[in-house]
Design a protein around this ligand. Structure first.
Ligand SMILES: [Zn+2]
Length: 132
């Protein structure tokens, strides 16, 4: 048995997500015909939002909204707005970057989808919107 990282539903499959979220991701992948223009992240506990409109580095030193989180590195990760979607890459942060509870290894570029969990150190964010 596995738990879907998005909704925590338990399921008995070889996929990485429950049926519903697997389907949503497939539909998202097909419908991403236009390049993304904006991604909205929301902190899962305190509700604060980060709205990002171009490729950038996220970190305590650079991003005003992240200043208060001590476990986020000065330069923690990079968000890359590419033609075919938005990717996140860890920048050798001390407390690591996780997408849906999977640790990003050095050099990994992981594509983000709406509803994905993005954790910087101990700080849990959720991708709540990707605009095209
Ligand atoms: Zn699910």
């Amino acid at each position: 048995m596995k738990y879907c990282p998005i909704c925590e539903t338990q399921y008995d499959e070889s996929e990485d997500f429950c049926d519903i979220h697997m389907n949503i991701r497939l539909i998202e992948a097909i419908s991403q015909l236009k390049p993304p223009t904006c991604i909205t992240l929301q902190h899962s506990s305190d509700g604060s939002k980060l709205i990002i409109k171009k490729s950038c580095t996220l970190g305590r030193e650079i991003t005003d909204e992240l200043e208060k989180y001590n476990d986020i590195s000065r330069k923690h990760c990079e968000l890359l707005l590419k033609e075919d979607g938005i990717y996140v890459r860890d920048l050798g942060s001390k407390n690591k970057t996780y997408v849906n509870d999977n640790e990003l290894l050095e050099g990994d570029e992981v594509k983000l989808f709406p509803m994905d969990k993005l954790r910087l150190g101990m700080q849990p964010f959720r991708v709540i919107k990707i605009d095209q």
